[in-house]
Ligand binder design. Structure first.
Ligand SMILES: Nc1nc2c(ncn2[C@@H]2O[C@H](COP(=O)(O)OP(=O)(O)O)[C@@H](O)[C@H]2O)c(=O)[nH]1
Ligand SMILES: [Mg+2]
Length: 450
């Protein structure tokens, strides 16, 4: 026997029971969620572990479709003196009676096997007789019931009529939990609500809340690090090309774009894995993230037009928007004469910095790299994605849309570690300087997160 708290998740069909379970278990593959009624036909369980120990056992139940009919039958069985639970048992024990209500019987049996029931409510629904009867049925089971209002973000959601009817049924502690987009502390409050009903489980529920908070913090850190790594990678990405040859540069440019898109896609995949979102659970054609790249291409020229702090001469050399030529470092347009001047007049460091490029130029070779605007765009989208994943419940089935992000014309500055990374394509994956830049950038991103 496990000491885990057993919770039956009950309510009318389509109120979001399975969605709530997905969100609580962080498992978007749990059960079946559908806008069609009655997709859950049998009781299905899930365990939540803390340090390997089951703390919570949740049971998803089929919706009660005819609580009115069940209640009418239950009222007919047993003597006038028998209490609720005796009547319920008498009804369950009479097979002839329950044939017509096999589904409701499964629900009630699960409630009787549980320590408490979460009664899920679609707060958009008007309060009807069936809801009152459902509440009455639950009251007969003599198990603590915690009502949970769902669909709170919907404009049609109305809480007050529900609070009234729940109060009349003796239920004064009511939870608010939107299973698709829960508020940040909704889960902790739900566990707190359970703890007041079930003192015996107070400590383990508290452990669960703390473990989840630690997880969330760790996950955020990993997420920002993943973003920082991807940005540093793309900043240092170089593809050599021959600018004088239009066909060659077109080919190299395509190769270059692909490399940037692939790296961005890898970031998306990594972030989804980090937040345990499983794309396979969703229809492929609904998810713009699943087919290759993001909806807005990193090289979207309209966006870049607004974003771009144009680098000088590079673009003129024939490369498309978004691709600067490496020689235009720091916004300088360097003709051969200027280059030579910089080389002659500059410090030894300048000479080292431009020396290799100068040599390549003389050999007719140059390298392609992303310009600042692309990095900024990528940074903004990654930020958007992380923030969306932070708030997304695992019950959500709609793909999130990442709209194009175009800031105003204000001066935008790349974070310093990213600027440094773009000057150092030679950093090897495990070089200390690269790791340091990633650390600093991750810290910067996390500090500037909402
Ligand atoms: N917008 C929104 N949709 C929800 C919410 N909870 C459930 N849904 C949707 O409502 C439908 C029914 O949900 P489901 O979990 O299958 O309900 P169940 O029959 O009670 O298990 C699905 O289309 C869900 O995506 C919510 O909190 N907000
Ligand atoms: Mg269901």
């Amino acid at each position: 026997m496990s000491g885990a708290l057993k919770l039956a998740v009950v309510g009318h069909t389509n109120v979001g029971k399975t969605s709530l379970l997905r969100t609580l278990t962080r498992d978007s593959g749990f059960g079946e969620v559908s806008a069609r009624p009655s997709t859950t036909r049998d009781v299905q369980g899930a365990r939540i572990l803390v340090d390997g120990e089951a703390v919570l056992e949740l049971f998803d139940t089929p919706g009660m479709e005819d609580p009115i009919g069940v209640l009418a039958m239950i009222e007919r069985v047993g003597s006038r003196r028998s209490d609720g639970i005796e009547r319920i048992r008498a009804w369950l024990d009479a097979p002839a009676q329950r044939v017509a209500h096999e589904q409701e019987a499964k629900v009630i049996e699960q409630v009787l096997r549980s320590d408490a029931a979460l009664y899920i409510i679609d707060s958009r629904d008007p309060v009807l007789a069936k809801h009152r009867d459902e509440l009455q049925l639950l009251a007969l089971c003599a198990v603590p019931v915690l009502p949970v209002l769902n669909f709170l973000r919907d404009p049609r959601s109305e809480e007050q009529p529900w609070l009234d009817v729940l109060a009349r049924a003796g239920l004064h502690a009511v939870m608010r939990f939107d299973s698709v987009a829960p508020e940040r502390d909704a889960e902790a409050r739900l566990m707190g609500g359970l703890a007041t009903l079930l003192q015996r489980h107070e400590q383990s529920l508290e452990r669960l809340v703390q473990a989840r908070a630690r997880d969330a913090e760790r996950r955020r850190q990993v997420a920002w690090r993943l973003v920082a790594e991807a940005l540093v990678d793309v900043a240092g990405l170089r593809v050599e090309t021959v600018v004088e040859d239009a066909a060659v540069i077109r080919r190299d440019e395509a190769r270059f774009r692909q490399a940037v898109c692939d790296r961005e896609q890898k970031l998306v995949d990594d972030l989804l894995a980090c937040y345990r979102f499983n794309l396979d659970a969703v229809e492929a054609d609904e998810l713009p993230l699943q087919n290759g790249s993001w909806e807005v291409d990193a090289f979207d020229t309209a966006a870049l037009g607004l974003l771009s702090a144009r680098l000088g001469g590079g673009a003129a050399a024939g490369a498309a928007a978004g691709v600067g030529i490496d020689l235009a470092v720091g916004g300088m347009t360097l003709g051969a004469a200027a280059l030579t001047g910089a080389l002659l007049g500059g410090s030894a460091q300048t000479a080292r910095h431009y020396g290799r490029k100068l040599l390549q130029r003389w050999q007719g070779k140059q390298s392609l790299r992303v310009d600042q605007a692309v990095l900024l765009h990528m940074q903004m989208r990654a930020r958007k994605l992380v923030e969306a994943l932070e708030l997304r419940g695992h019950g959500a089935v709609q793909p999130f849309r990442l709209d194009r992000e175009i800031p105003g014309r204000s001066r935008i500055v790349l974070p310093a570690p990213l600027r440094r990374a773009s000057r150092h394509p030679e950093w090897s994956p495990d070089s200390e300087s690269r790791q340091h830049a990633i650390d600093l950038l991750a810290e910067h991103l996390s500090e500037h997160a909402d």
